[in-house]
Design a protein around this ligand. Structure first.
Ligand SMILES: C[S@@+](CC[C@H](N)C(=O)[O-])C[C@H]1O[C@@H](n2cnc3c(N)ncnc32)[C@H](O)[C@@H]1O
Length: 259
């Protein structure tokens, strides 16, 4: 176990994470990031035509926002994270624990994107019913779910995750290459995160981040064996909280494993 990974185990507090980044009215990822991620995920799973039997979310953390559109078009969702405390926090939401984080503001946002066909409570129930497994994963293992065997999925999604465990671009390439065995031929890889980051804070705890740059990132995805279908980059406009997390651009990449 590398020191940064041990720091995750010891110091990553899911409640502080949710409070800092997603709390209604104050979370620093509300607005620019959530607008961006929710919009492109909504489009991907509607007009983009991405759908199927199973979606695997890699590095879910304690978060649910990234799954709200997916639950409309996949029969089964598998969520996964490196940390026990994150999986436990996700389970709290799944089991409607009264102490679970309140995602209502985000759920409402996705309902609006979907034309308010459904009320937020029904939407949350739909997602809960689609989440069939909450697994441990480790990006730095050749088989990230070992000893659990996950049959290849139609779509692997990962948000704000891979810059955390990967110390350099070579490691990111290996991780993406290892993901090939988790995806069906022709299946989808959706990566959403920030460019040019070096760190982010959870409460007072500092976590380093791999600095990804546009050209290098796209090259890495290609070298790892995928075809890029779509890549969107949006500069971060609000720079007021660069001391909390210093990414300067948001990215969405839709790639496919060749047939
Ligand atoms: C910034 S959080 C993102 C969480 C969530 N996807 C989101 O968008 O809010 C980074 C996540 O990476 C996870 N992580 C750290 N090291 C990892 C590893 N070796 N394998 C898989 N996930 C890891 C952390 O546990 C944490 O949940």
């Amino acid at each position: 176990m590398t020191a940064p990974q041990q720091a995750y185990i010891d110091d990553f507090d899911p409640i502080e994470y949710l409070q800092t980044y997603y709390a209604a009215g104050e979370g620093m990822l509300l607005g620019e990031w959530t607008d961006f991620a929710l919009r492109y995920l909504h489009e991907t799973f509607t007009i983009g035509g991405v759908k199927g039997d199973t979606l695997l979310d890699f590095g879910t953390g304690p978060s649910i926002y990234q799954l709200l559109s997916a639950c409309e078009v996949f029969d089964k969702i598998i969520v996964s994270d490196f940390l026990e405390q994150n999986r436990a926090e996700f389970q709290k939401w799944l089991k409607k624990d009264p102490d679970a984080f309140d995602w209502t503001h985000i759920i409402k946002h996705v309902c609006e994107l979907e034309g308010n066909r459904e009320d937020p409570e029904k939407k949350a129930e739909k997602l809960r019913n689609k989440v069939k497994e909450v697994l441990k994963c480790d990006a730095l293992k050749k088989k990230p779910y070992d000893p659990v065997v996950v049959p290849p999925v139609d779509c692997l999604l990962s948000c704000l995750c891979l810059e955390c465990p990967c110390k350099d671009i070579k490691t990111l390439c290996e991780v993406l290459n290892n993901f090939q065995s988790l995806i069906k031929p022709g299946g989808h890889l959706l990566l959403l995160s920030g460019l040019n980051a070096t760190f982010y804070y959870v409460g007072k705890t500092y976590f380093g981040a791999l600095t990804t740059r546009k050209e290098e990132l796209e090259m890495t995805i290609k070298v790892a064996g995928y075809n890029i279908e779509k890549a969107v980059y949006v500069p971060r406009a609000d720079k007021s909280r660069m001391d909390v997390a210093d990414h300067d651009t948001f990215y969405f990449i839709h790639a496919r494993k060749p047939l």
